[in-house]
Design a binder for this molecule. Structure first.
Ligand SMILES: Cc1cn([C@H]2C[C@H](O)[C@@H](COP(=O)(O)OP(=O)(O)OP(=O)(O)O)O2)c(=O)[nH]c1=O
Length: 192
């Protein structure tokens, strides 16, 4: 059965690789600007768009995901530049925010899509100017929602998390596994 990961994110492919099943990577090219203010709806709709964007005729299953950060009802995607990265970290400093992850699992031949959203609460330490300066200078947060990566040097910015850690990194294996298992994926029964 052919499995495609519709993602350019190295984190997502690393996480999926731990399932021990073969898949190919196909980065989606979608315009991520959607007129949607509900975070759960936004991440699942973006996940669906990414999954549908890469389908080729021989494909069977496509997985895609999207991650955003929200604080005070403001949605933070990836920072445009270092200055915006700095502003995001200052906004998150000393407070809790939410990380929303949308997962899409598309059965391409049947045109059936399964969507799920996961929310994790993350609390940041009160950041000193030096912490912000050093982290922004590292550029680690530039390609990440909210402007930080919990799995790398951004770990020191985080005080605590409540919920799924993988979801913050970019793909909740626990929730994805449940979605795939519900389709009989791991029993070889998911043929179209
Ligand atoms: C909050 C946080 C986000 N991220 C990443 C996960 C996502 O890769 C990225 C959010 O951007 P996305 O648009 O969700 O994903 P992407 O553009 O990196 O990859 P693709 O659309 O091709 O799948 O932020 C971390 O790696 N660590 C973190 O702690």
């Amino acid at each position: 059965m052919s499995l495609v990961l519709a993602s350019a994110s190295p984190r997502r492919s690393e996480l999926l690789r731990t399932f021990g099943i073969p898949f190919v990577i196909r980065p989606p090219h979608v315009d991520e600007c959607l007129d949607e203010s509900d975070p759960m709806q936004l991440v699942t709709r973006l996940g669906e768009m990414k999954a549908r964007a890469v389908v080729l005729p021989a494909d069977q299953w496509i997985i895609a995901a999207d991650t955003i950060v929200t604080i005070d009802d403001i949605i933070l995607g990836k920072p445009r530049d270092r200055e915006e990265n700095r502003q995001m970290l200052q906004m998150l400093s000393g407070r809790a925010h939410r990380v929303y992850g949308g997962i899409a699992l598309l059965n391409a031949p049947l045109n059936q899509i399964f969507l799920h959203a996961v929310c994790t609460s993350v609390r940041f330490r009160k950041l000193t100017t030096a912490m912000v300066d050093n982290y922004v200078a590292s550029a680690d947060g530039l390609d990440k929602a909210g402007g930080y990566g919990i799995q790398g040097s951004g770990a020191v910015l985080v005080e605590s998390i409540d919920g799924c850690y993988d979801n913050v990194v970019g793909l909740s294996r626990s929730h994805l596994y449940q979605m795939m298992a519900a389709q009989g994926f791991f029993e070889g029964k998911a043929e179209a």
